[in-house]
Design a protein around this ligand. Structure first.
Ligand code: BYC
Length: 475
């Protein structure tokens, strides 16, 4: 169904046919806009930004591009087209018709997941509130704002489900999504990573590479859900999400390229010499990768989780690409082996029911996907003739959720003494001096086509436009 832009809330769900729901969402809309003004990109409300806006939900030609002032962005409700006669693809009700309404017995479980998903979207906008002030180029500034407005829309996607399917509870949850704030001491966001500050662009690129990729995997598993409106919502969100990960992957790639250029010019990989030239030395980048990767791993939850088992059993949350990637969609008898710390400095093997290990199954797939960017960046380093290689740390390293919580390991995953762990952390994670240095690089560049000295230009502009196009016209 086409998106109706003549409505106050653009949508392809025939909103005007349900006056009560329409009124409730129109009541929430000004609260959202107040939140955007206060917590969204700081100080850029009157800038003209070259944004893409969804105009359809087909894979081809689904968006148009044009100059928009962010507060005028048409946030709305867009579901991917329904798949006729879609059947439940996994769990105890495998093969039965999907649900258009939430079954009463699963209501609180669905609500919890939708709220958790919804909570991350505005959180990320809040984390990036001040980044615009230190943009390395207008191209990057535009990408930041594109990501921000789309995360705002993803909040709308979850709020629509809450309003349409969860009655008064849902409306209250929708208000709470605007009341919690990233890093707030009293009312923080639900998941850890979304309370971490993103105060420099290196963190932003790591976040869009690692944390948005968690988004990809969580959305893919919710896109399998038996609750069809949730599945269709997530399927369309994934279309927008791809660009966010592109921003991360190419952002880090451009940092690497610029550093390699300066290494070549200077004929050295000496950290101080490189810092003297204002680029990000590769060991510093490695520490940022360690930080954001380990934090994002926690977003998958515990390795063994009864929540995950019941979400799978009840058809609430499947595995990414459930139909094409797996043969057994019920998983009652299958088991999963994992290695966990034995509490005495060693390891133990555990065999658990596969349903209970679904968080770990998802995390493994995520780690494989994360490797792809590292391969590309390392190819650049190798081609430039250097032995240094970027690496993902072990999934045991610096964990705060699950079996490895607070177990001191090195980035290779070897259990070590706590004293050694504390002492060596500055080798593995960004130090205060690293952060001060990165902050010192964050000088705003707003001349069309120009880049800050720590990052190479991208290969091409947005939507086939030239690199020196004025992607953001500052007021
Ligand atoms: N921090 O059984 P457990 C995105 C909680 S990113 C704090 O281990 P479960 C985006 C958990 O909530 C994708 N708490 O795990 C990216 C539970 O609490 P309650 C976001 C955590 O329940 C960039 C308790 O620990 N979407 O879209 O199987 C920009 C025990 O949980 C954490 C989703 O996450 C943590 N890291 O699964 C913008 C999908 N991890 O309920 C957007 C929806 C766990 O006992 N969420 N806990 O109080 C889920 O599927 C699940 O809630 C989780 C955890 C995967 C998060």
């Amino acid at each position: 169904m086409a998106i109706d832009y003549s409505e106050k809330i653009p949508n392809n769900v025939n909103l005007s046919n349900d006056r009560t729901l329409q009124r409730a969402l129109e009541h929430w809309q000004p609260h959202f806009l107040d939140w955007w003004r206060e917590m969204g990109p700081h100080d850029f409300a009157s800038a003209d930004v070259y944004l893409r806006t969804a105009t359809g939900v087909d894979a081809q030609g689904w968006a148009t591009y044009g100059a928009v002032k962010m507060p005028d962005y048409r946030w709305g409700i867009f579901l991917a087209d329904a798949i006729p006669e879609r059947k439940i693809g996994f769990g105890d009700s495998f093969g039965e018709p999907v649900w258009q309404q939430v079954p009463g017995e699963f209501r609180s479980q669905f609500r919890r997941l939708i709220v958790t998903q919804g909570d991350t979207e505005p959180a990320s906008v809040e984390q990036q509130h001040l980044l615009g002030h230190t943009c390395p180029s207008l191209y990057d500034l535009r990408n930041l704002f594109q990501v921000n407005v789309e995360e705002g829309r993803h909040l709308w996607a979850m709020v629509y489900l809450l309003h349409a399917h969860f009655g008064r509870d849902g409306r209250e949850e929708a208000e709470e999504l605007l009341a919690r704030h990233s890093g707030d001491a009293d009312k923080p966001r639900i998941l850890g990573t979304f309370n971490e500050p993103i105060s420099d662009w290196l963190s932003f690129f790591c976040f869009t590479y690692f944390t948005d990729r968690d988004g990809k995997f969580q959305l893919k598993s919710l896109a399998e859900s038996s609750f069809d409106p949730l599945a269709r919502t997530c399927r369309f969100m994934l279309t927008e999400e791809a660009h966010h990960m592109f921003v991360g992957e190419t952002g880090i790639g451009r940092v690497v390229r610029r550093t390699l250029e300066v290494m070549k010019e200077l004929g050295t990989d000496d950290v101080q010499a490189l810092r003297g030239q204002g680029v990000v030395d590769l060991p510093l980048l490695q520490r940022y990768l360690n930080f954001w990767f380990s934090s994002s791993l926690d977003l998958f939850g515990s390795e063994v989780s009864s929540n995950a088992a019941s979400s799978f059993a009840n058809g609430i949350k499947g595995r990414p690409d459930e139909t094409t990637q797996y043969q057994d969609h019920v998983c009652t008898d299958a088991t999963y082996e994992l290695e966990t710390p034995d509490g005495k400095g060693g390891l133990q093997k555990e065999t658990v029911g596969l349903r209970n290990a679904m968080n770990e199954v998802l995390r493994e797939a995520y780690v494989r996907d994360c490797e792809i960017g590292l391969k590309r960046w390392n190819m650049q380093i190798q081609k430039a003739g250097h032995d240094f290689r970027l690496k993902l740390p072990s999934t045991r390293f610096r964990r705060s959720i699950g079996a490895w919580t607070n177990v001191p390991t090195d980035p290779e995953g070897r259990i070590i003494a706590r004293e050694e762990y504390e002492r060596r952390l500055p080798e593995w994670l960004p130090t205060p001096a690293d952060r001060t240095y990165v902050t010192s690089l964050m000088q705003r560049v707003t001349t069309p086509g120009k880049m800050a000295g720590w990052i190479a230009p991208p290969d091409r502009g947005i939507n086939n436009l030239a690199l020196d196009y004025e992607y953001v016209r500052l007021a």
